[in-house]
Design a binder for this molecule. Structure first.
Ligand SMILES: Nc1nc2c(c(=O)[nH]1)N[C@H]1C(S)=C(S)[C@@H](COP(=O)(O)OP(=O)(O)OC[C@H]3O[C@@H](n4cnc5c(N)ncnc54)[C@H](O)[C@@H]3O)O[C@H]1N2
Ligand code: MOO
Ligand SMILES: [Mg+2]
Length: 405
């Protein structure tokens, strides 16, 4: 999809902004990585069952294996012929009136079809005596191919790898997996008021928390970003960015995009040849969001207020990255739990705490004290997207929701 750049100085809507961002995805290609390093990445090959699941008739309780017909004929005492342990070749029950002890994970012995757990038998003088009458044909046997058949598709290409996929990849022997390459991402904070997290800020300073919040969000999506800091000095900003831009596919900024005397970022980016696609979106938080491209490099300049940076990363960077990896994030909705009013003609990303009741997701507004109130993020788990054209939202209405945890 190609969308022409929005060079106008008019603010654009959230829908337009997202459409532009999503029209600017990039293909980062794929690479083979060792299985442990594939967590959080997107698999770029179909994963098939290399054998039946389970691969043999698997004993699923420790006990004895018998022929059910013997039990059905009234036999309750079975001489023990031997032990079938897990990890040993299949034994054969020689005499159908006897039994074999079997362990969970072992192959069900030849000539047996039913497993009775130790709890329901008594073992005396080399014999197993069944004490419970309720034995069912085929009980406690996990039959070969019951879950999946050899060559079944287990994980389709373009699935995000979670611990569940790791389990399946491991069991089919994928020591290495083809995954989408992640872009090289730089996260750049700006501002003379910022100090490192291990430093004690002077009364007029704060720690550069946005960079750590962004890094953590990206880490959740399988991206290891590098972070930088530049002070509010135009010349320095331009020199530093000229170098950083060369080395990265994506630059995510926090701060210096609003109307302040030291908000140099938009002009510096343009001076460095980055094409502005939009600046300012009709939204709160995050109104001064600036987005641009230079060739196949992508620039997300998020407003510095911590909740703005955070929300913009969830709402714009996240779907951009997943679309680049050919994954469509599913859109989710939630039910507003109480009436809420927001007057400005802006899309409002209301901070909410969700609760699921009878399968329905309810969103409790916990708006916080504005986009500087980062502590409020810990009280909530999502942003509820309230449309710009309305100013009152009723309890019970359904709106799009964006989770961050
Ligand atoms: N006259 C106007 N002033 C402001 C407007 C406006 O439209 N007209 N927009 C406001 C809005 S909305 C936002 S959001 C901010 C965005 O400002 P900037 O992107 O220029 O960011 P800064 O000025 O650099 O910082 C804003 C705020 O955020 C704090 N900050 C910045 N970086 C970090 C960081 N890494 N970790 C923690 N906190 C950070 C910074 O200290 C400031 O308090 O502008 C409004 N002003
Ligand atoms: O976008 Mo600003 O975040 O409204 O404070
Ligand atoms: Mg500013």
């Amino acid at each position: 999809m190609s969308i022409s750049c929005n060079f106008s100085s008019e603010n654009i809507s959230v829908e337009q902004a997202l459409e532009i961002v999503l029209s600017q995805t990039e293909d980062f290609g794929s690479e083979k990585v060792d299985l442990p390093n594939s967590l959080g990445k997107v698999v770029k090959e179909n994963i098939f069952a290399d054998r039946d699941f389970p691969p043999f008739n698997r004993v699923s309780m420790d006990g004895i294996a018998i022929q059910f017909s013997q039990y059905n004929q009234g036999n309750r005492t079975f001489e023990i012929e031997g032990i079938q342990a897990a990890g040993t070749e299949q034994l054969t029950l020689e005499n159908p009136k006897n039994c074999l002890e079997v362990m969970t994970g072992a192959v069900l012995p030849e000539n047996t079809d039913t497993v009775i757990p130790y709890e329901l038998i008594r073992v005396e003088n080399g014999e197993a005596i069944i004490e419970n009458e309720e034995v069912k044909f085929h009980q406690n046997v996990h039959f070969q191919g019951l879950d999946k058949k050899e060559k079944d598709l287990l994980i389709p290409k373009n699935t995000k790898i979670s611990p569940a996929e790791i389990s399946v990849l491991a069991t089919v022997g994928k020591a290495q997996v083809e995954v989408s390459k992640t872009p090289k991402v730089a996260i750049i904070s700006t501002g003379d008021e910022l100090v490192e997290i291990h430093q004690t800020p002077k009364p007029f300073q704060i720690r550069r928390s946005n960079v750590h919040a962004l890094s953590a969000q990206l880490k959740n999506w399988g991206i290891e970003a590098q972070n930088f800091h530049v002070n509010d000095n135009k010349k320095l900003l331009k020199e530093s960015l000229a170098k950083i831009i060369q080395q990265f596919d994506v630059c995510i900024f926090s701060g210096a995009v609003s109307k302040g005397k030291f908000d140099f970022l938009p002009e510096v980016l343009e001076e460095l040849g980055v094409v502005k696609y939009f600046h300012r979106v009709n939204q709160r938080p995050g109104k001064p969001f600036w987005f641009g491209k230079k060739g196949n490099k992508t620039f997300f300049a998020f407003p510095g207020n911590p909740v703005s940076t955070f929300m913009c990363c969830v709402k714009y960077f996240q779907p951009w990255f997943f679309r680049s990896c050919e994954i469509n994030l599913k859109s989710e909705t939630a039910i507003l739990k109480e009436d809420y009013s927001f007057k400005p003609k802006l899309t409002y990303f209301l901070q909410v705490a969700t609760e699921t009741i009878n399968g329905k997701v309810f969103a409790q507004p916990l708006a916080g004290k504005g986009s500087g109130d980062l502590a409020n993020l810990t009280e909530c788990n999502a942003f509820l997207e309230l449309p710009a054209e309305r100013d009152h939202f009723n309890k019970g209405e359904i709106f799009p929701i964006h989770y961050y945890r």
